[in-house]
Structure formats: structure tokens, C-alpha cells
Design a protein around this ligand. Structure first.
Ligand code: DX5
Ligand code: ZN
Length: 226
């Protein structure tokens, strides 16, 4: 299981130190939540390509960075995030008119292509795209902010995607990764691992007032080893 911090609950004035702390704690993958003030239901704005570029420069090339695009016009501005240095772009299927075309553009720009879908979206829309995807992200909250409660009803979708990806890989197809985002804490990390999740986004469970990132991460390690 790869644990990958979302920085939404960070103090943005101290973001550099928080990123350094994450790397010192052993983090190898960072998840960046881009919201444009329009697409998510609560109309939140987070940050854009300039901040993403500063994060890449701070982290150097050894940390993998994905960019979860919660924006209305991903088809028009995906390239700004690639130019800012992310390794993987994850647009929402609900926000993109021609997803196969966007996957081709991302691969053409030498960037990994992901897909994320909301709790209300059917995986029937996702499954036909699996052969070309590097990652599928299952939202286990309605996107918009950190610190929300995990929605266990996504289990059936996770398990169905796990089975479809396993079939694809055994047939020699693309090794698409399966990720989850929203409400993941040390008390449910083993559960989602058992469903077949390989990468978990963790925001408020890692970056909080209760402990350092290293201390919080240690609780996840304990939960995963039990
Ligand atoms: C929600 C974001 C998540 C969120 C995760 O819209 O996509 O990445 O920050 O935060 P927690 O782990 O606190 O639910
Ligand atoms: Zn996210």
C-alpha cells in the first residue's frame, strides 16, 4: 500500500516545511488537489499551476506527484499541470467530454493518464477506458474539502475495478493502479487494502494537529501490519 498525502489541510504559509517533513517521513508520492472555484459543489478554490511548479521544485525529481483536477475545463488546461512538472494527471470523468482524446494527449505529452469518478458515478462509464489508463481513482467522499467521512458504499465499485484490472494485467494489458481518496484513516486503511486498493490518498489523517506526519504515518503502518 502506498500512502500519499494530500496537502489540503496544510498551513499554506508553511507548505515547504510540510513537504520536507513528508519526505523525511518516507513519503514518495504527493497528491495535489486542484479546485477552480467552480467545479466542486462547494465552489472551493485551492491552487493552480504556479503553486504546483513551486512544489515540484521543492521536492525535486525523486517524489512522484499526481494532480487531481477538480476543474470545469480540464480539456483546456491539463497541459499547464504537465508543464508544472506533475507525473500523473487525474481528471474527473464527469467533467470531460472526450476522455479517450484527453488520455491520448496526456500520453503524447509523456505524462501518465488517470481517471477519477465521484461516488454517484457508475463504473460502467469507467470500465471501457481501463485499457489505456495508468490509474483509476475512486472517490470515497464527494470532492470539495478534506476531513469528510469515508463512504463505505464504494466497496462494490472498488472490488469490481480490482477484478477488471487483474483480468487486464493477466491478459498482458496495461498495469493500471487503483487508488482511493477521501476519509482514509488508520482505522480503515486495512479495509481498503483488502478490497484491492494499492494507493491511498490521506489528507487530514496525516497533516493534522494531533501529531507529526511521521507519527501519524506510523499509525497507518501499525494498522497495515496487524
Ligand atoms: C477531496 C480531496 C481529497 C481530500 C482528502 O476533495 O480530493 O484529496 O483532501 O482529505 P481527507 O483524507 O481528509 O479526506
Ligand atoms: Zn484528491
Amino acid at each position: 500500500m502506498i500512502i500519499c498525502p494530500s496537502i489540503l489541510t496544510a498551513d499554506f504559509c508553511r507548505l515547504g516545511e510540510t513537504l520536507d517533513e513528508a519526505v523525511a517521513a518516507g513519503i514518495e508520492w504527493i497528491h495535489l488537489d486542484v479546485m477552480d472555484g467552480n467545479w466542486v459543489v462547494n465552489k472551493t478554490i485551492t491552487f493552480g499551476p504556479a503553486v504546483v511548479r513551486s512544489i515540484r521544485d521543492r521536492l525535486g525529481d525523486d517524489v512522484f506527484i499526481d494532480c487531481h483536477l477538480m476543474v470545469t475545463n480540464a480539456e483546456d488546461n491539463w497541459d499547464q499541470y504537465v508543464a508544472a512538472g506533475v507525473d500523473l494527471v487525474i481528471p474527473h470523468i464527469e467533467a470531460v467530454a472526450d476522455f479517450p482524446a484527453l488520455i491520448k494527449k496526456l500520453h503524447g505529452a509523456d505524462c501518465q493518464a488517470g481517471l477519477v469518478f465521484n461516488p454517484a458515478t457508475s463504473i460502467d462509464d469507467v470500465l471501457p477506458l481501463l485499457p489505456d489508463l495508468d490509474l483509476v481513482l475512486v472517490m470515497s467522499v464527494v470532492p470539495g474539502k478534506g476531513g469528510q467521512s469515508f463512504m463505505p458504499e464504494v466497496e462494490a465499485k472498488v472490488r469490481a475495478l480490482r477484478a477488471a484490472i487483474d483480468d487486464q494485467i493477466s491478459a498482458g494489458g496495461r498495469p493500471c493502479k487503483l487508488m482511493i481518496d477521501g476519509g482514509i484513516k488508520s482505522h480503515n486503511i486495512a479495509l481498503v487494502r483488502d478490497w484491492g486498493i494499492e494507493v491511498s490518498v490521506v489528507g487530514s489523517g496525516l497533516i493534522n494537529d494531533k501529531g507529526t506526519i511521521a507519527e501519524n504515518l506510523a499509525e497507518f503502518d501499525v494498522a497495515l501490519s496487524e
